[in-house]
Every structure is written in structure tokens, then in C-alpha cells.
Ligand binder design. Structure first.
Ligand code: ADP
Ligand code: MG
Length: 346
């Protein structure tokens, strides 16, 4: 018999954040890794010969996308119904992250792996059973939780807090009341990093119809220069016009695209907070936690904090490490879990 908790011999506990754009692992052996949530299979035998591989993952997959059947399986926060390829891609991602955590080229030996996997709240609601089916064969113990809950757990913010996780495909909200969140405690919006990218691309194309611009270029500009509120200076980027590199000022477009997040997120907070038990509302308002990659947008946190004024104001703090907040939280859950909490597999 094993003892109940923590770092047992021969057991590797891992927290995994399966995000729509990035997935991260944080393991009890100290390993931490992040990969882009892309999986691609060579489109034909030529591509397979060029790539010398049956499947590519992460940045490698994005780089070689023209030769691949490329999948971003959790896009928009849930696995598209009936897509076997997407389910396979989720499994490939999970196994890749586990292999990275194990090191030793993924050779597990006798090591048992127990994983707490955080997924977008919507995927958790709609696809939990499907996810369990594809993932349980890859690990020895499995728990699937919603990502904002994993973040809350990692920060020990389990009582009277509101987690706002602004990722790529979705923004997830979760009010923590000292127990596992119910459906009423959670909300999901599709306004998040990807919608900012789509909108920015459209604004740039409307203003500069001759500029040759892709979504990948736009995302990079946003991550480097994006902002909410007063611009720090002019944002000028270079894009080809009929092949010729040409400078463009995208300051206004970038501001408008990034600010498109404020209203829907503020509205959702203003809808959730008054539903909290009245005597705890003030505590929750003053304990709002912002996570997710898009929360790194300069100016966004104060703008959202300001939006709480109509209900008496509040405090919003940003997590220190949005890339690993979910994975670290998953690991914390794994280390705390009793044997009976794990869905033990034969
Ligand atoms: N410095 C940054 N400023 C603004 N947005 C960013 C920055 N870094 C990453 N992002 C955006 O954050 C999103 C990814 O966040 P993440 O929490 O990893 O998402 P997910 O959990 O959905 O995979 C993407 O839309 C990305 O463009
Ligand atoms: Mg995430």
C-alpha cells in the first residue's frame, strides 16, 4: 500500500494546464515546461519525408504548418464535436507534456504518473467525459478540473475570491466559495486573446487594404506592443505591400482591439458579483484575481478595476506567473489529493 499523499517513491505528480493556445506542465520533480497547443500530422508522404516525423507538436508544428494537417484542439475552449483528430491531438499534447516532465526521453520505467489536468471551463462542462476517455490511458491517475479552479487552488484563494482567466480562446470566470465551484459560480466568454487578434486583423485590413498581414503577424504585434488606455508612443510595424516591406502606424487599431476586452469582461464581473451572498460581496470584490496570457496587456488590470466602481469598487490583482499559474495549481491539487480523490485506473 502506498501512503496517501504527496511525494511518494516511484510516483510523479504533475499539474497540467491544457490551454487553447499554450499548455504547461509543472511536476513534483521540479520540471516545468510550456508548449504551444498545436499538433500537426504531415499532409502526405512528401511532407512526412521532409519533416522526418509522424507528428509535430508546439512551435515546430506552427513553423511547418504548410506541410501539416494542423490542429489546435481546444480552440474556443471546447473540442469540436466528433472530431477524432482533435481528441487525438489532446492526447498527443498530454503525453508530450508528461514526457517532458519525466525527462529521460519520456522513458517512464516504473514511475507512475498522476496528473491533474486543468481545461477551459467550457470544455470541462461539455467534454469532460470525452476528455477522460482519451486521457486516462496515458496516466496512472487522472483528475480533470476547470482551469480557473486550478489557478485559485494554486494561489490558496479558495474562499471569497473571483478568478478571471483571460486566455486565448476564452475568458473564464469562477467565484470561489470554499468548495468545488458549481456551474452557477462560473462563466465563459469567447472574448479573449484570439478575438482581439481577429479584430485587430480586421481593423488593419480596413485601414490599410494593401498591407499583406496574417493572424500570426498580428498576434506577435499585439503581444509586443498591445495596450489599453493612453498610448506610450506611436506603434509602427512593417508589413509587405506587394512584397515590399512598408511601415504602418497601427497605434489606434491596437488600442481599439485590446480595449474590446474591457466591456464584456466588466459586464460579466458586474453580473457575477451581485449574486454572491450579500455579506461576502465586499470580500469577493476586493479579491479579484486576474490570470491568463491576455491579462499581461498593459493597462488592462487598472481599467477593469475601474469598471467595478458602480458596485462600490474593488481590488484586482494580477497573478505573478500567468504561464504557469494553472499548472502549478494542478500540481498543488495533485499533492494534496487523497487516494480516494483520484480516479484510479486498473
Ligand atoms: N504580453 C502579452 N500581451 C497581451 N497578450 C498576450 C501577451 N502574451 C500572451 N498574450 C495572449 O494571451 C493569450 C494566451 O494566453 P493563455 O493564458 O496561454 O491562453 P490559453 O490558456 O487559452 O492557452 C493569447 O491570445 C496571447 O496572444
Ligand atoms: Mg489558460
Amino acid at each position: 500500500m502506498s501512503d496517501k499523499k504527496g511525494n511518494e517513491q516511484g510516483v510523479l505528480n504533475v499539474g497540467i494546464d491544457l490551454g487553447t493556445s499554450r499548455s504547461a506542465v509543472s511536476a513534483s520533480n521540479g520540471q516545468r515546461h510550456v508548449v504551444e497547443s498545436y499538433v500537426g500530422w504531415p499532409v502526405d508522404m512528401v511532407a512526412r519525408k521532409v519533416l522526418k516525423s509522424d507528428v509535430l507538436i508546439g512551435a515546430e508544428a506552427v513553423k511547418n504548418r504548410t506541410m501539416l494537417d494542423l490542429h489546435r484542439p481546444l480552440e474556443r475552449g471546447l473540442i469540436k464535436e466528433g472530431s477524432e483528430k482533435d481528441l487525438q491531438a489532446v492526447r498527443v499534447l498530454l503525453e508530450h507534456l508528461v514526457d517532458l516532465a519525466i525527462g529521460n526521453k519520456g522513458k517512464r520505467g516504473k514511475t507512475k504518473v498522476r496528473a491533474v489536468v486543468g481545461v477551459p471551463a467550457e470544455a470541462m462542462r461539455v467534454n469532460k467525459q470525452q476528455l477522460r476517455k482519451v486521457l486516462e490511458g496515458s496516466v496512472d491517475g487522472l483528475m480533470i478540473v476547470s482551469e480557473p479552479f486550478a489557478v485559485a487552488y494554486g494561489l490558496d484563494a479558495l474562499l471569497n475570491s473571483l478568478i478571471v482567466d483571460i486566455g486565448a480562446g476564452t475568458s473564464d470566470f469562477c467565484v470561489m466559495r470554499g468548495h468545488f465551484p458549481t456551474e452557477e459560480d462560473q462563466r465563459t466568454l469567447t472574448q479573449a486573446g484570439d478575438s482581439v487578434d481577429d479584430y485587430l486583423l480586421k481593423l488593419i485590413q480596413d485601414k490599410y487594404p494593401d498591407a499583406q498581414v496574417t493572424l500570426y503577424m498580428v498576434r506577435e504585434w499585439k503581444e509586443k506592443h498591445g495596450f489599453v488606455g493612453k498610448p506610450q508612443g506611436k506603434v509602427e510595424i512593417t508589413a509587405p505591400v506587394q512584397g515590399r516591406p512598408t511601415p504602418f502606424d497601427i497605434t489606434d487599431q491596437l488600442k481599439a482591439a485590446c480595449e474590446s476586452l474591457i466591456e464584456p469582461i466588466a459586464e460579466t464581473m458586474l453580473d457575477l458579483l451581485p449574486r454572491v451572498d450579500p455579506e461576502f460581496q465586499e470580500d469577493v470584490r476586493n479579491n479579484v484575481i486576474l490570470s491568463g496570457g491576455a491579462s499581461l496587456t498593459p493597462g488592462l488590470r487598472p481599467a477593469l478595476e475601474e469598471s467595478l466602481a458602480p458596485i462600490g469598487g474593488g481590488k484586482i490583482q494580477a497573478v505573478k506567473d500567468p504561464v504557469f499559474a494553472g499548472a502549478d495549481g494542478g500540481l498543488a491539487i495533485a499533492l494534496d489529493a487523497d487516494d480516494s480523490d483520484w480516479d484510479q485506473l486498473a
